[in-house]
Design a protein around this ligand. Structure first.
Ligand code: FAD
Length: 685
């Protein structure tokens, strides 16, 4: 049988959280028809695995319009209780701390089963691609070749992947459980969880020619092996069990996140979940050598938990066990995240670690959130291929930080508490609390700070959070701006833009500023214009507006497309809303854009109209019902104002004074291509 040949812009291998985020991002940028996503598994939904969603992940979900569903369905985790042995070795609650550092984000950490999150992604992909992009299940990639002679040609398809359609038997994940399944299995949570029928096509082969391949195929990644990337790191000996169940217990904190260290009977972490479920992470043994894997059953894991919980009781009826498994902790990172910047790996394919810090799914999705807009921008011809290098430089550092954190956290969690100061083999519970508290900031995902690059304009010798200097060619000079920066919301180049409440000049409605920056692939220039009642300030703003309207924006906007289709300008003013009019702002800050219009009675369908865009100018002022947002103060911007460039993924790329047009122009000249070179525009589709 001759194999069929086909072409696509992006081929995603693996439809776990990382792969689905990549597909969601690509379809949100209009590449639904030319993006394919395959998975060897035939099940859509399963129980078990990840459930924790960190603040940054929820911020990103919100930018896709998904956060409110997750917020409603999930269990909210607000408090962490630490339980330790007292001086008599008896378990007691030694402290309570907030689960999410207050003020760090508008969202707090929540817990929702991975299968439901995948369901939300699948629905979103279907909607934004007009059902043109679907997960193709039971499909296995067998061979990957990259034509090196074509890698620098932006219009070429240098990646060739041979796919084989599996039979139902081959595509069904093995059931490893005994009295209850302990692996992936179908769940009753989603009503439309119907199996994909594969019999008719089994054995068929297809050769796909792709511009880019993203390997999101998990810890045993085929893509990683195909590009010769190696996992570096180590495995520990600690054996842990996980049970998702509805427990019967007299332990008072079972609906809070808990870290329990018993004197001599191991440790347990409690994660309260949705639908009355509780996840227990239970240490089974200090050493894999002491454990016969065949003897690990859920009853044995429960037995270990009961010892840690004593004198409290813990019982679970077999019917109330939703899922269980056992694992050995290992911390590894891939040495290369990309081959020729044509094939990339993301998620568990390039980093593995223990699940207790709740990071795997979050960091995996953030990998492809970082990568996919860059690939889409290059595919459209909006950006040069050089921006793709920043995927590895930005995300490998996050992976290494994660492994370092996880190593420390797991060791402290798995170790026995020191009996006294002389007990050197034991772990210090004070140190554990400190690592837990400081780790919370890292684990929230909000502290990620990307180093200087083509798309992060900060001085090369500027220090990262860990104190290391990152030198990269192409870094811009430090912007000239002094400010009274303070707190969690201040604007920092390299970090995500936190939100602040502002009020719309034209209709008085309060908004979270970031809600006007959805994930749609556009760059944003935020003009913090100060108070335009001041003549000198207005003059600075007018000059910047002239520059934006006549020089910067047209350079990158294809003819016929809206002025905000590649770079959107949003204004945050310090002028009291009632003392200025929308028309007092320069024209470039309130442009005409295309809107869909539903004709009145007798009209059919929708038509496009060009009209004043009333939702581009916001003020930092009081509102009738929701108070004052104090955005300037939160962001650390003073009365002189500032220009802030925000990347399509919400990270701050540049912070400069309003007058520094040259730095703005230079920045965009490195990461965007002139409109005449675009391969894809909104008007052409
Ligand atoms: P996966 O979820 O592994 O998805 C990979 C996909 O690729 C799968 O669908 C697979 O079928 C497919 N695939 C594999 N090979 C191929 C191939 N050759 N061809 C085609 N398709 C292929 N993370 C958290 O953030 N929070 C938590 O609370 C948490 N708890 C966890 C608890 C447990 C017990 C475990 C085991 C993990 C936990 N994790 C947690 C980790 C989390 O599940 C993973 O980090 C996350 O699923 C990784 O996402 P991914 O998309 O990279 O890979």
């Amino acid at each position: 049988m001759t194999a069929k040949h086909s072409y696509c812009d992006i081929l995603i291998v693996g439809a776990g959280p990382a792969g689905l985020m990549a597909a969601t991002w690509a379809t949100a940028q209009g590449l639904g028809a030319t993006t394919r996503i395959i998975d060897k598994r035939n099940d859509k939904i399963f129980t078990g695995q990840a459930d924790g969603l960190q603040c940054r992940t929820l911020e990103v979900f919100q930018s896709f319009g998904l956060a409110e569903d997750v917020w409603r369905q999930s269990n909210h985790m607000l408090e962490i209780c630490l339980w330790n042995p007292d001086e008599n070795g008896r378990l007691h609650r030694s402290s309570r701390i907030p689960d999410t550092i207050p003020g760090i984000s508008r969202w707090q950490q929540v817990v929702l089963h991975q299968g439901r999150i995948e369901r939300l992604f699948l629905d979103k992909i279907k909607k934004s691609s007009g059902d043109q992009c679907r997960v193709e299940r039971g499909v296995l990639p067998e061979q990957l070749d990259i034509d090196e002679s074509k890698i620098d040609d932006p219009t070429a398809y240098p990646c060739t992947v041979t796919l084989r359609q599996l039979s139902d038997e081959e595509a069904t994940p093995p059931q490893l459980g005994k009295s209850a399944p302990n692996g992936l299995f179908r769940s009753a949570l989603a009503p439309d969880d119907t199996p994909t029928l594969l019999q008719n096509k089994a054995g068929q082969r297809e050769v796909v020619h792709a511009k880019y391949v993203i390997g999101c195929d998990g810890a045993h990644s085929w893509t990683r092996r195909s590009i010769g990337s190696k996992m570096e790191g180590e495995s520990t000996d600690f054996v842990w069990g996980v049970i998702d169940a509805v427990p019967i217990t007299n332990f008072p904190d079972v609906r809070n996140r808990c870290a329990i260290h018993s004197q001599d009977s191991g440790s347990v972490m409690i994660i309260p979940r949705e639908d009355g479920l509780v996840r227990f992470y239970i240490q089974i043994s200090h050493s894999i050598q002491n454990v016969d894997r065949n003897t690990i059953t859920w009853e044995a894991i429960l037995g270990a938990a009961q010892k840690t919980f004593a004198p409290y009781t813990l019982d679970i009826h077999p019917n109330d066990v939703s899922w269980w498994t056992a694992y050995v902790i290992g911390q590894r990172t891939a040495d290369d995240f990309a081959k020729f910047d044509r094939v990339f790996i993301a998620g568990d394919a390039c980093h593995t670690h223990s699940p207790k810090a709740g990071q795997g799914m979050n960091v995996s999705m953030m990998d492809t959130y970082n990568l996919t807009w860059k690939i889409c921008s290059v595919v459209k011809g909006h950006s040069p291929r050089s921006i793709l290098k920043t995927y590895q430089s930005e995300r490998r550092k996050v992976a290494i930080d994660l492994i370092t954190f996880d190593h420390k956290f797991s060791r402290l969690f798995s170790g026995k508490p020191a009996k006294d100061a002389a007990d050197e083999a034991g772990i210090s519970l004070d140190e554990f609390k400190h690592v837990f508290e400081t780790g919370n900031r890292f684990a929230s995902g909000t502290s990620v700070n990307y180093g200087p690059s083509l798309i992060v304009g900060k001085r090369a010798e500027e220090k990262q959070d860990d104190g290391t200097a990152v030198e990269e060619p192409g870094a811009l000079s430090k912007p000239e701006l002094s400010s009274n920066r303070a707190g969690e919301t201040r604007i920092e180049v390299g970090k995500r833009l936190n939100t602040a409440q502002v009020v719309c000049q034209s209709d008085a409605r309060p908004w979270q500023l970031v809600d006007w920056m959805p994930s749609d692939g556009r760059w944003r220039v935020l003009v913090f214009c100060g108070d335009i009642r001041n003549g000198a300030q207005l003059s600075k703003v007018e000059k910047l507006s002239e520059y934006l309207e006549h020089i910067l924006v047209p350079q990158y906007t294809p003819e016929g497309d809206d002025v905000d289709s590649v770079i959107e300008v949003l204004t945050v003013s310090k002028s009291p809303r009632l003392e200025v009019e929308l028309t007092d702002y320069p024209r470039a800050l309130r442009p005409l854009t295309t809107r869909w219009h539903q004709p009145g009675t007798g009209g059919t369908g929708q038509s496009k109209v060009k009209s004043q865009d009333y939702w581009k100018v916001f003020t930092d002022d009081d509102t009738y019902h929701e108070g004052h947002g104090h955005a300037y103060e939160k962001y650390g911007i003073d009365s002189r104002g500032a220009t802030v460039v925000v990347r399509p993924d919400g990270y701050v790329a540049l912070l400069i004074s309003l007058e520094d047009h040259a730095a703005l122009g230079e920045f965009f000249s490195r990461c965007l291509l002139p409109a005449s070179q675009h391969l894809w525009t909104r008007s052409r589709g």
